[in-house]
Design a protein. Structure first.
Length: 193
């Protein structure tokens, strides 16, 4: 991809960063690799971010917003349990799983990345807890949310590249087990499929 610095945006760097993370690891994500992929000089990078820490902060903020916060805001605007379930179940398809797996590994060596990963996980767990708490006791809802998040994270780390279809099948099976324990009303009458 070639781009001129006058038209290049921070989001262009974000998209390339996610791809580099997904294809490799956090070690693959360097200023040189980003600039090579975008066909720009390092000066363009420094113009957009000021330095590496500015880039990492912007990357993590964008990832957090796009992979979690926007979905939470959308879910908060929905009252119907079944509609909320359908929205939350589509999130599996929109998360950049392979890039997230690399971020999770990176979090073991970088406290800034760890803080962002922890915030995303806490936000997702709270979102799923709040959903289940609409129809079952809060304590059970929190345990279910932790179980669902653990399945998501475990799948990301155990299966690279992540097979979203397989992950969806796993989560659908977990949802069927949840329905078996609590009844279909746990999903607002929407059957897992």
């Amino acid at each position: 991809m070639t781009a001129t610095t006058s038209r290049l945006t921070q989001h262009d760097y974000y998209d390339v960063a996610l791809r580099l993370l997904a294809e490799g690891s956090h070690d693959s994500l360097t200023i040189a690799a980003l600039c090579d992929e975008l066909g720009v000089s390092k000066g363009s990078f420094y113009h957009h971010f000021g330095g590496w820490s500015g880039f990492v902060t912007a990357l993590l903020e964008t990832w957090e917003r796009e992979s979690t916060l926007e979905a939470k805001e959308a879910a908060d605007r929905i009252d119907a349990v079944g509609t909320k379930y359908r929205l939350l179940s589509t999130l599996v398809d929109t998360i950049p799983h392979d890039a997230e797996a690399a971020l999770r590994v990176w979090a073991h060596t970088d406290p800034v990345v760890k803080a962002a990963v922890d915030r995303v996980d806490a936000s997702r767990e709270a979102m799923v807890t709040d959903f289940f708490a609409l129809t079952i006791p809060k304590r059970d809802a929190a345990l279910l949310a932790e179980l669902y998040l653990s399945a998501l994270v475990g799948n990301q780390l155990a299966h690279r590249p992540v097979n979203t279809r397989r992950m969806r099948k796993l989560l659908n099976q977990m949802t069927k087990m949840t329905e078996a324990c609590y009844g279909a009303e746990v999903l607002g009458g929407t059957r897992a499929g």
